[in-house]
Design a protein around this ligand. Sequence first.
Ligand SMILES: CC(C)(COP(=O)(O)OP(=O)(O)OC[C@H]1O[C@@H](n2cnc3c(N)ncnc32)[C@H](O)[C@@H]1OP(=O)(O)O)[C@@H](O)C(=O)NCCC(=O)NCCS
Length: 174
Amino acid sequence: MNDGEVYLRKATLSDVNLLFEWVNDKDVRKNAFDTHTITFEEHSSWFNRLLNGRNQAQYILMRGLKPIGQIRLDIDCSDAKIDYSIANDERGYGYGKLIIWLVVKKVREDFPEVNRLIGRIKPSNVASFYCFEKNGFEEKYQQLELNLGTLKASGEMDDIHPKSAGETVRKLIS
Ligand SMILES: CC(C)(COP(=O)(O)OP(=O)(O)OC[C@H]1O[C@@H](n2cnc3c(N)ncnc32)[C@H](O)[C@@H]1OP(=O)(O)O)[C@@H](O)C(=O)NCCC(=O)NCCS
């Protein structure tokens, strides 16, 4: 390996602190679907389960001896969901695109049963959208979510009944 070589290696127990630092990075939390700050206890028990389980694979992107990003596969039969991030001071140099390209190669070699890779991103995360798109990913389904906790608390549901909903739809399509 030469100084500038960029490659993926499997994460080990000794990466626990590095991954903890990265998971609580401001933009990583902002772009996550669950934005709460992760405690070290949560993180370390999650990471132990990951290392001992069979359905997840965690990799570290290295440039020479320096770790510069992380990418994880959550495998469910023939699907694998991707979670990834690049260290704050290494963003904007093409590593986001590269890490996805490298993991696609890994999946082909190490997980031949997987035939679909999935990236879930918030619409505001333009950089991540490009990283997937430049690797040939296509936008498939829009996901809509309803937070029942917030809805019940604000009582917004009271305004919606089938008749008015139907009228609204008719107005929208006419
Ligand atoms: C998303 C993330 C991984 C992108 O990594 P990166 O190394 O900065 O991305 P790249 O340098 O490969 O850039 C990818 C593309 O996005 C563009 N881009 C980068 N930052 C951008 C920004 N803030 N706004 C708009 N476009 C941006 C680049 O110009 C590039 O497009 P190009 O190929 O046309 O030049 C990185 O910003 C990150 O770790 N964010 C926090 C965690 C996160 O959002 N993870 C993804 C969750 S789905």
